[in-house]
Design a protein around this ligand. Structure first.
Ligand code: 5GP
Ligand code: ZN
Length: 111
């Protein structure tokens, strides 16, 4: 299995997990861009939002992002990012949502 997030989900690569559900794993980004930087990742390999066809999984991803943001105490606001594809800046080809917060995040895009 070559996908790094599949390996993290399987426990073959360690991660700092904050939540596990039947369908999702949430862990801390190894290169945090904000005081809170979580990755919401489906257990099942889906390449990106371009390949996501399951509305139930889509809903669970969003609801879980909100849940972990609340549990992280991000009551002043937070940001959800889904980098998708080459021009979207996606580096890991396994669908994931970034939950970022804990400082003012500024404008949405810097370039
Ligand atoms: P992307 O650019 O694909 O949206 O984001 C991939 C994210 O995965 C990056 O923020 C990167 O820091 C994170 N990442 C890459 N490899 C690992 C890893 O092995 N463990 C963890 N926890 N995060 C990783
Ligand atoms: Zn994968």
């Amino acid at each position: 299995m070559s996908c790094i997030f599949c390996q993290i989900v399987a426990g073959e690569i360690p991660s700092d997990r904050v939540l596990e559900t039947e369908d999702l794993v949430v862990f801390r980004d190894i290169q945090a861009q904000a005081p809170t930087h979580l990755l919401v990742v489906p257990r099942r390999h889906v390449g990106s939002l371009d390949e996501l066809e399951d509305p139930a999984l889509a809903g669970e991803l969003l609801v879980t992002a909100g849940r972990v943001a609340r549990e992280a105490g991000l009551d002043r606001g937070w940001r959800l990012i889904a980098n998708t594809g080459v021009e979207g800046g996606q580096e890991v080809p396994h669908l994931h949502l970034h939950v970022l917060g804990g400082r003012p995040l500024g404008r949405m895009l810097s370039a």
